[in-house]
Design a protein around this ligand. Structure first.
Ligand code: AHR
Length: 493
C-alpha cells in the first residue's frame, strides 16, 4: 500500500462542467444502430417503435446527456431523405465505410429523435458535407426545426410529425481532413462557412454549429480554423471538434481483453496524452478567442482494438475490460479539468462498437466496465469543477510512464463529488484528503475494481460491477483506501 495526501478546495472553482462532456456517439456502423439500439417493431426483443427498451433505459439511468448521429465517416455519405417516409419505400444504400453492408435506412431522422426522447438526451446531428450539397443540409435543418409553412415542414408533417424537434447541436461534416472529403484546412474552412451560412435558426431554435476540427495533434488545423472562423461580427461556429483515439500503435492495436503489463501501460499513457492535446489546442484557441466563446468538442474519443475473433472486421466490435474503465476514468477526469474550453465530448461509441457502454447479443444486453465509470462520474454533470491536488508517483512498464493516481472534483447542489483512478496493478493507495471550504456531514464511496482483464460477458454479466467502498470522514479530513486497478467516486454532503 502507498500513502498519498490530497487537497481539495471547494471555493476554488475553475469551470462549469457542461453535462454534455458525458455524451456518446452512435454511428451506422456494425451493430451499433441495427441490433444495438434498433431492432424494428416486429422484433421479439422488447422495443418502443423498434427501439430497444433495455438499451434506452440503461442510457437514461446514467443520464446520458447527448448522442451524436449518424456518423462518423457514415455521415458524409448519408442522404437524410433516404431515411424518412414509409420504411418499405426507403432507398437502400451501401455502407462503404463499414463492411460494405446494405443500409436499408429503416432508422432515420424520426427514429433518432424518438431514441433521444426515450433516453432523455439532446440529439447531435452530423451533416453531410463531403458528398452532400448545401441545399440538402439546409433542408434537413428546415425539416428538423421549422415551425410554419414550408416545403420541409409539410414533408415532416406528412411523415407524422407536426411539431419540429428543435435540434440544437449540428455538426458541419465529420473528419473532413480524411473520410469526410480529404480536404485541407483552408479549403474546409471556406466550405464550412458556406454550409453553415445556409443552416438557419428557425422558430425558437438556435443552432450550436460544430465545425470539423483537428485529428489528435494537428495543431495547424486548429490554428487555421480559429483564424478563419472569426467573422467581423461574431464567431461563425459555436464549437470545433477534436477526435482522439488512444491507440499506441495503429499497425498493431492488439486485443481488448488479451494484453500484458506493457500493453496496459501503453494504452493508459496514450489515454493520458489527451491532457496534452487539450492543453495545446486550448492554448491556440485562447489566442484567438480569449473569452472562450468557441467550445472544443471532443466528439470521438476512446480505445480502438482489433475486433473480436470471428466478427466482421468492418464492424469494430471489441470487448471492454477494467483497462477500458481506467481509460474512461483518466479521460473523464481530464475533460473535467479542461471544462473551461471543452463543452462536449462523445465516447466512441455507445453500443457494440469500439469502447462501448453497452454490448448486445440477440435479446441480451450487458453493461461494460466503461458504462459503470459513466455511472460513477454522473454527479459531475453540470457541476462546478474545483481545485483538487493529489500527491502522486510515476509508474509504468515497457517505456510507458504515467502518474499512479488521477482525480477531479466538482461541487453541485451542496454535494462534493470526487472521482479517482488508481492505475497501479499491484498497490492500493491510501489517500488522506483535506477538504477546504466545504462543510460535509457524511461521505459515501463506490468503486469499480478487479483484475485488469476482467470484463462482463453474456454468461457472466456482473463480473465487473460497482460496489460500496469504505470511506472515513473526520471533520474536514477524508481517508479512503483505493484498491489497485480501480475507479472510484466519493460523494460528500
Ligand atoms: O468511430 C469510428 C470512426 O472513427 C468514425 O466513423 C470516424 O469519424 C473515425 O475515424
Amino acid at each position: 500500500m502507498k500513502e498519498f495526501k490530497m487537497l481539495i478546495n471547494a471555493a476554488d472553482v475553475s469551470a462549469h462542467i457542461n453535462k454534455e462532456i458525458y455524451g456518446s456517439f452512435s454511428e451506422h456502423l456494425g451493430r451499433c444502430i441495427y441490433g444495438g439500439l434498433y431492432v424494428g417493431e416486429d422484433s421479439e426483443i422488447p422495443n418502443v417503435h423498434g427501439i430497444r427498451k433495455d438499451a434506452a433505459e440503461a442510457l437514461r439511468a446514467v443520464r446520458l446527456p447527448v448522442l451524436r448521429w449518424p456518423g462518423g465517416c457514415f455521415a458524409d455519405e448519408y442522404h437524410w431523405k433516404d431515411g424518412i417516409g414509409p420504411k418499405e419505400s426507403r432507398r437502400k444504400m451501401i455502407n462503404t465505410n463499414w463492411g460494405g453492408v446494405v443500409e436499408d435506412n429503416s432508422f432515420g431522422t424520426h427514429e433518432f429523435f424518438e431514441l433521444c426522447e426515450l433516453i432523455g438526451c439532446e440529439p447531435y446531428v452530423a451533416g453531410n458535407v463531403g458528398s452532400g450539397t448545401v441545399q440538402e443540409l439546409a433542408e434537413w435543418v428546415e425539416y428538423m426545426n421549422f415551425d410554419g409553412v414550408s416545403p420541409m415542414a409539410e414533408l415532416r408533417a406528412e411523415n407524422g410529425r407536426e411539431k419540429p424537434w428543435g435540434l440544437k447541436y449540428l455538426g458541419i461534416g465529420n473528419e473532413n481532413w480524411g473520410c469526410g472529403g480529404n480536404m485541407d484546412a483552408d479549403y474546409y474552412s471556406s466550405v464550412y462557412r458556406r454550409f453553415a451560412n445556409f443552416c438557419k435558426d428557425y422558430s425558437d431554435s438556435r443552432l450550436y454549429k460544430i465545425a470539423c476540427g483537428p485529428n489528435a495533434d494537428n495543431y495547424e488545423w486548429t490554428e487555421t480554423m480559429m483564424k478563419t472562423l472569426k467573422h467581423n461580427w461574431a464567431w461563425q461556429a459555436s464549437g470545433i471538434s477534436l477526435h482522439y483515439y488512444c491507440v499506441p500503435d495503429w499497425a498493431n492495436k492488439g486485443k481488448a481483453a488479451e494484453f500484458d503489463e506493457e500493453g496496459y501501460f501503453a494504452v493508459l499513457s496514450s489515454a493520458n496524452y489527451i491532457d496534452t492535446l487539450l492543453t495545446n489546442h486550448g492554448k491556440i484557441m485562447d489566442r484567438w478567442d480569449p473569452e472562450c466563446q468557441v467550445g472544443l468538442i471532443v466528439d470521438e474519443w476512446g480505445t480502438w482494438f482489433d475486433v473480436e475473433d470471428g466478427t466482421n472486421p468492418g464492424f469494430l466490435y471489441q470487448q471492454n475490460t477494467m483497462r477500458d474503465a481506467i481509460v474512461a476514468g483518466l479521460t473523464l477526469n481530464s475533460l473535467n479539468r479542461h471544462a473551461s474550453r471543452v463543452k462536449m465530448a462523445n465516447i466512441a461509441q455507445v453500443v457494440n462498437v469500439l469502447q462501448a457502454l453497452l454490448l448486445t447479443e440477440g435479446d441480451k444486453m450487458i453493461k461494460t466496465p466503461t458504462y459503470h465509470v459513466f455511472d460513477l462520474y454522473k454527479e459531475h454533470q453540470d457541476g462546478e469543477c474545483v481545485y483538487c491536488f493529489t500527491e502522486n508517483e510515476n509508474i509504468g512498464a515497457g517505456g510507458s510512464e504515467l502518474p499512479m493516481l488521477s482525480s477531479s472534483a466538482s461541487v453541485k447542489d451542496g454535494r462534493l463529488t470526487l472521482t479517482l483512478s488508481n492505475c497501479s496493478l499491484t498497490e492500493s493507495a491510501k489517500l488522506s484528503a483535506d477538504i477546504c471550504n466545504f462543510a460535509a456531514a457524511e461521505a459515501t464511496a463506490r468503486v469499480l475494481t478487479g483484475d485488469v482483464h476482467d470484463h462482463n460477458t453474456f454468461t457472466d454479466p456482473e463480473k465487473v460491477v460497482i460496489r460500496p467502498l469504505e470511506v472515513k470522514l473526520e471533520g474536514s479530513r477524508l481517508t479512503v483506501e483505493l484498491p489497485a486497478c480501480s475507479v472510484a467516486e466519493i460523494s460528500l454532503k
